[in-house]
Each structure stands twice: as structure tokens, then as C-alpha cells.
Design a protein around this ligand. Structure first.
Ligand code: UGA
Length: 478
């Protein structure tokens, strides 16, 4: 096991401490049962911990308690039901119960973008910490997992100082998470690193004991999980820096796609060729419609806002460019649609009225039902504004998408969506679309035109089946 303390000798794992509740292993609570908190609660119960999930949202807690995961994440339903049945996992809406039960409390609430600017909204962090701290009667560790602006952990300490009884000696730690939707179970059970932002040996020991299940699993599988022990500010920054890097990598390749479009080059070959250099690497180098979701877009904005407050706004000015490149890719699909459909692209955008467009994909990425800041839905909105009649189909994201965009048309199946279409746009790379048979679809459409917004289709197969194909950052096929 590798443990690194900045500027210090590698640490040996701490002795296992007895938790304040007196239980054999720390009892864990997860405050906020959205994507992050629910996944963590379920997976830590699976590793054998006694777990209590908390949320103020009663219907959500009722769903979880009855064995239903309120979002789509492969493998999670089964683990939820198994651990509920075993009795290790419970859910509640009571702060009193959380305070009474837990040794280590993980704050997993959302930190969305504020309505009045780029910064993160910390309302939920504040209310959950306040709600819990004021009910604590014995020592406990409060661990931040939510993605936050640097400096939040110190602020959480102040809140606790005001609300928790001094004799309880409640402590704070920060341990960011890196789970990706669609792979969340695997990312929690088998993380590629763990960060402990701590101020005391006790906090370090309790965090270690709370993650021992992760280390034990790694040991049985002959793997290593590196631990980085850091101060609060570094731990908080690790998360936003990682997401900023990933967003930058995607926008870098999408900027190359723009250049390829102007120069007649192919960005998919370019990405493959530069990705063979291990210093660059080929992951997160897929050019297309760009990044969306509840994390990368809002995290790079909140990071810029925080850097500005700290007087180092210039250091992150490039992230504004990363955002702009990302937004331009969405408009590019509308441009391509106008070109393919032979409609002029005027100052107010093209007029595509009278035409039918099938959109395949609504979620921000495949294997998820999440449509938050989805590039696909943003394009749907733009296409709808051109006057075209749009039919959207997505394997998992339909009900969320319909709630978001009730004004557009939705189809129940892929074939319903493409029937009679003048243009098909593939905007999320679901396996169902990648494996679709272009010859069979050709029979259903009005015009064999396809925009591959994720460069996920086999161009040569579609062209052979008679389709006029356009990718992102790729020349027109010969
Ligand atoms: C992201 C990070 O990858 C996680 O490490 C992090 O924990 C999480 O945010 C978070 O902050 O909670 P996630 O939002 O699930 O995870 O999605 P990603 O897999 O990162 O994809 C983000 C977007 O980038 C998607 O819209 C995807 O289609 C797009 N993308 C990804 C590309 O356009 N090109 C690529 O090469 C990769």
C-alpha cells in the first residue's frame, strides 16, 4: 500500500481506532442521496459497513428504502436490494437518527451552479452540516465529499464550531470522489486513488478505518489503492483540478476538430496518432459534441469564480476558452444540418421548417439517464428553434428529457424516431445506435443523411449503405 504525506516519509497504515459509538467498525452515514450519496451508501454497505443514508427529500428516501434506485446506474439496484435485505443499509429523513447512529458522516449533497453567476451554490452543504452538527452529542468525523470551492472545509469547521457542543470535539476531513456515471459502482469499490484531507491523526485513523473495506478488497485482488494524505485546501483542489484537466483535454481535441474541419483533416485519426504517446494518452480524447453533465461544466465555472476571488483569475482564464470551445461544438451540429439539408444558414440561424429530424440520444453520455447540461438536449433545443420537426429517442433518458423539453417530439423506439426523417443525428453514443443496421434504417427514412455527433458510427459501413455521412472534425467521405 502506498501512502504519501506531502513532504513527509511514507506513512504506515494507522492502528485501527475504536469508533466513538463503540462499534467494531465505524458506522457510516451519507447525507444527500443523489447520485453520489446513494451510490456511496449502497457500495459501502456492500463492503460490510453499517450504513444510514439521509436526505430531506422524502419521496426519494421512500424509493430507496423500498429497494428502488431513483436513477439509472448499472448494477446498483441489485446491490441496494441485497444490502437492504441484509439489514446493513437503511435510509432516513431524520437528522436526529443520523447524529445518534454515525461515527463518520459523509456530506454528499449537490453544489450546483448559482443562479446569479459562475460560482457554486453551497446552500445544501451549509444546511446539512448545520442540521447534523446541532444534533451531535458525541465525537464524530464529518467528511466532505461534495465538489466544493477551495476553502469550504475551513468554513465547515467554523459552522460546526458554532453549532456542535464543544465537548463533543467534532472533527472535519475532506475526501473528494471521482466516480463516473455509468461506472459508479466499480469506481467506488475499486477507486484508482483515495484522497484524505485531514488535520489530525484521529481523523486520518477514522477515515482509514472507514475505507478499510476498499483496501481489503484491493488486497484480495492483488491491487494497490494509492492514498494521498493532504491538507484541506489540497484535497479540495484535487477534485476541481482533475475535472478541469479532463474538460481541457476534451476541449483540446475539439479545438483540433475545428482545425481539421478547416484543413480537410480527420480528428479521429489525429487523436489516435497523438494518443499513442503515453505522455498524452488516448483516453478522454474523443472529439465530438463535447462535455456535459452535472460535473465538468459547472466545476470549471465554479473553479474560475473561486480563482477570481483568490486573486488568481488569470491563471484559470484558459478555462473560459475551454467552455467556449465546448459550446461551439453544439452549434456546429446545426451548421452541418443546414449544409446537409441544403438550407442557407442566415444570421438568425438556418430555417429548417418543413423538415423532419430524428435525434438519437438525449443523455449527456451513454449508460446513464442523466440529461443535466446534456449536449444532446442543447442541440435538440437549437434544432427545434430552426422550425424543424424533431423526434427524439433515448434508451434510458426519455422521461428526464421529456420533463426538460416538453415542447419537442419524442419517439418510443429508434425505428419510430427515424421513420420519415430527412436527417438523423446521433448525439449520444449508446450501443443501440452504434450497432444499428444502416441498411435497415435506410428503408425507413425520407432522406439518407446522418450526422455522427459523437464519431461513434462506422463511417464506411454507413456510406456503403448509401448514407450521406458527416462526422465531427472529419472530412466528407469520398
Ligand atoms: C466526471 C469525471 O469524469 C469524474 O471523474 C468525476 O468524479 C465526476 O465528473 C464528478 O465530478 O462527479 P461524469 O460527469 O460522470 O464524470 O462524466 P464523464 O465520463 O467525465 O463525461 C463527461 C462528458 O464528457 C460527457 O458528456 C462525455 O460524453 C464527454 N466526453 C468524455 C467527451 O466528449 N469526450 C471524451 O473523450 C470523454
Amino acid at each position: 500500500m502506498t501512502i504519501s504525506f506531502p513532504g513527509a516519509q511514507p506513512l504506515t497504515p494507522p492502528e485501527l481506532l475504536t469508533p466513538p459509538s463503540g462499534a467494531g467498525r465505524p458506522r457510516l452515514t451519507f447525507l444527500g442521496t443523489g447520485y453520489l450519496g446513494a451510490t456511496y451508501a449502497i457500495c459501502f454497505a456492500e463492503m460490510g459497513y453499517e450504513v444510514l443514508g439521509f436526505d430531506v427529500d422524502e419521496p426519494k428516501i421512500a424509493k430507496l428504502a423500498s429497494g428502488e434506485v431513483p436513477f439509472h446506474e448499472p448494477g446498483l439496484d441489485e446491490l441496494l436490494r441485497k444490502n437492504l435485505a441484509h439489514g446493513r443499509l437503511r435510509f432516513t429523513t431524520s437528522y436526529d437518527e443520523v447524529a445518534e447512529f454515525g461515527d463518520v458522516h459523509f456530506i454528499c449533497v449537490g453544489t450546483p451552479q448559482r443562479a446569479d453567476g459562475l460560482a457554486a451554490d453551497l446552500t445544501y452543504v451549509e444546511s446539512s452540516v448545520t442540521g447534523l452538527a446541532s444534533r451531535l452529542t458525541r465525537k464524530a468525523l464529518i467528511v466532505g465529499k461534495s465538489t466544493v470551492p477551495v476553502g469550504t472545509a475551513e468554513w465547515v469547521e467554523e459552522i460546526i464550531g458554532r453549532h456542535a457542543p464543544a465537548e463533543a470535539e467534532v472533527e472535519v476531513a475532506w475526501s473528494p470522489e471521482f466516480l463516473q456515471e455509468g461506472f459508479a459502482v466499480e469506481d467506488v469499490l475499486r477507486p484508482n486513488r483515495i484522497i484524505f484531507g485531514v488535520k489530525s491523526d484521529w481523523a486520518y485513523g477514522m477515515l482509514y478505518a472507514s475505507h478499510k473495506g476498499v483496501f481489503d478488497l484491493a488486497q484480495t485482488e492483488d491491487r494497490e489503492v494509492p492514498i494521498v494524505v493532504a491538507d484541506f485546501a489540497t484535497a479540495e483542489l484535487v477534485k476541481v483540478a482533475a475535472n478541469a484537466f479532463l474538460a481541457t483535454k476534451i476541449s483540446f481535441i475539439n479545438a483540433m476538430a475545428e482545425v481539421c474541419e478547416a484543413a480537410g483533416a480527420d480528428v479521429t485519426q489525429l487523436a489516435r496518432a497523438i494518443g499513442y504517446d503515453p505522455r498524452i494518452g488516448n483516453r478522454f480524447l474523443r472529439a465530438g459534441l463535447g462535455f456535459g453533465g452535472a460535473c465538468l461544466p459547472k466545476d470549471i465555472r465554479a473553479f474560475q469564480a473561486r480563482a477570481q476571488e483568490l486573486g488568481v483569475g488569470e491563471a484559470l482564464r484558459f478555462l473560459h476558452e475551454v467552455d467556449l470551445i465546448n459550446q461551439r461544438r453544439r452549434q456546429r451540429v446545426v451548421q452541418l444540418a443546414a449544409e446537409l439539408l441544403d438550407r442557407p444558414n442566415g444570421p438568425a440561424g438556418p430555417d429548417l421548417s418543413g423538415l423532419r429530424i430524428a435525434v438519437l440520444g438525449a443523455t449527456f453520455k451513454p449508460n446513464s439517464d442523466d440529461v443535466r447540461d446534456s449536449p444532446a438536449l442543447s442541440v435538440v433545443r437549437k434544432l427545434h428553434r430552426t422550425g424543424a420537426s424533431v423526434a427524439v429517442y433515448d434508451p434510458e433518458g426519455m422521461s428526464n428529457a421529456e420533463r426538460e423539453l416538453p415542447e419537442v417530439g419524442f419517439a418510443k423506439t429508434l425505428t419510430d424516431a427515424v421513420a420519415g426523417a430527412d436527417l438523423v443525428c446521433v448525439l449520444t453514443e449508446w450501443e443501440e445506435f452504434r450497432n444499428a443496421d444502416p441498411s435497415a434504417l435506410a428503408e425507413l427514412v425520407n432522406g439518407k443523411r446522418v450526422i455522427d455527433g459523437r464519431n461513434c458510427l462506422d463511417q464506411s459501413v454507413w456510406v456503403r449503405a448509401g448514407w450521406d455521412y458527416r462526422g465531427m472534425g472529419r472530412p466528407e467521405p469520398m
